[in-house]
Design a protein around this ligand. Sequence first.
Ligand SMILES: [Zn+2]
Length: 629
Amino acid sequence: MDIPYEKLPHLSMGIQGTKIDIPNLCLYRGNINEWFYRSIDRDVRFIDLVNEWIEDAVTGELIKADGFETIRRNEKPVFFVVANYDYLERVIESNSSDRVCRFLSSHRVSENLFRLDNREYEVEENVGYPCILICDRSSVEEEFISNIVKTVGDLSHLKSIHLMQHAAASYRNKIYMKESVKYNGELLVVVGIKRPQQVIGSSSEYEFLALMIAFDMKSNPIINQCPCLIGALISDCSVEASRRISGINSELKSVTIIGCGAVGSNVSMMLAKMGIVEQHLIDNDILLPHNLVRHYANNGHTIGMQKVLYQKMTIESIYNTGKIQVDYKNVIDINPEDISADAIIDCSASEIVFDWLCNQPHFTKKIMRTELAYNGKMGITLVESTLRKNSIGDLRTYLWYRAVENDLISDWLRAENENEDVLLSQLHIGMGCSSDTMILDNATIWNHTSILPNILLQNYSCETGKVVINYFDKEDITQNKIFSFDVESFVELSGPNDFKIRVYEPILKKVTSFLADKEENAGIWIGSVNHKTNTIYIVDTFMPQDNKRSNSEVIRGSAGVAEFVINVEQRCNSYVGYLGEWHTHPRASSCMSNIDKNTFESMSKIKGAYKILLMTIFGKTDIQNYIYL
Ligand SMILES: [Zn+2]
């Protein structure tokens, strides 16, 4: 049968010295053993397949419209070259002439493995392994290699191969004669072949072929007569491939990661492996011996290296996109305007960073904060809403307040800082992973960290905030669970003395709705105070049943107030508690009446747990806050 072998992408090369020394059709895709195992009892199917295949071959339909199938020869390659296809395409496309002959830097990884360095070979560098790249980009080639290849001449139907004699001469003059490199008698060559359509597995129309040509520089022979081996050119890992393999279809392209310790380094690498490789990494620490126990780094030679540099090198060893930005600094020493990624992930476990992030009015990007608490049993992740309609500060107070109904959160808060005056000190829910005295194993940290990339991806465009708790008790893993709370917006009201008052919007709506009544109404505020940032967070209100309401005043009742406050402060270990009072003036301004002044003056002596008393008056048209410190 006269088969147009050169038009067929699937060929098994013949075996010399046997009856099958001509190329023969390759009928399977995937693993040949699996294929035959599945087909062996079904002769009919096998014959159908052969017929189908030959029919496709004759009508030229073996090449499908979804892309140009690359040369597939079933010999075992004798050597491998790893290269970045995007880089090779750039070199070819940017060449001034259609006929490309360039020397690329490469190195020999092992006996039969070479890796291109994504840069040109410098004649003076005297190291490495120059690799010749040739390509005739003016000619589009449709044919496959159907003959047995022993010499360069056996490939002469490929137009690009015609550049080979010139390339060898050029190598001889520019590199060999200058003794730039110890020549071992072989030329490593990558041939670019321009195909009529996009090549499958590539983002362009170029197919690449790796050759090893035995070439004696002294006798300078005719290249077509030189022995030639075909190797396998393997693409290095591309971002697109990582996204495709991981099933990532997110708008999120770039992240800023604050803190590259145990949690941050792992989040960074997991995201990188999902194809999110535009990373801005911020950390002012170096790798220490104890880091090897829990950090992503697991090579002793990295000790002493900046964590950010380690991370950059590791990611770039996979992708080499040049899109990793590093700052070996504390984030608070960075100009906030230099942080421009789509999302910020704070893994610093630092209270200073927490407050700094809360105080960045220019940030409109997604902010996520994660830290470990409760002796490593809880991974707490706070994800702000889009456009920062709530902040990590809001989310944290909201989380603390959940202790009222959630035993786990309550147990955690009651276990935290038992000897510390939490009300005056900066409130401290987490602990850093930087200490070598912290007892926490790598597997537990991985458990907490492993959910973070997907939390970010799933909530990246989310208009509500989210608090996610990952509970992992290694002593009893059957009780482990993940649960989350949706958190609505917070509204910021201004207060005196530079205080900001941030009120949970559903609570604010509830209270302002009483302005529609003729009578005044009153209640108490429940929340927390951050004295470092002068921020009051209000998450709830309580209105006693026995308020005495009239058109001109309201006397706030006391029924159930003490019980309510005591319960909250006990359950929340006073992380959340009584903050003060509010009342409405449906017919008047938000200014204090004389009665108000007297009342507040006397109440200020019984300030709540936070050593602060907030008084809010909802007037007909505006709201005013009064604070007694
Ligand atoms: Zn009043």
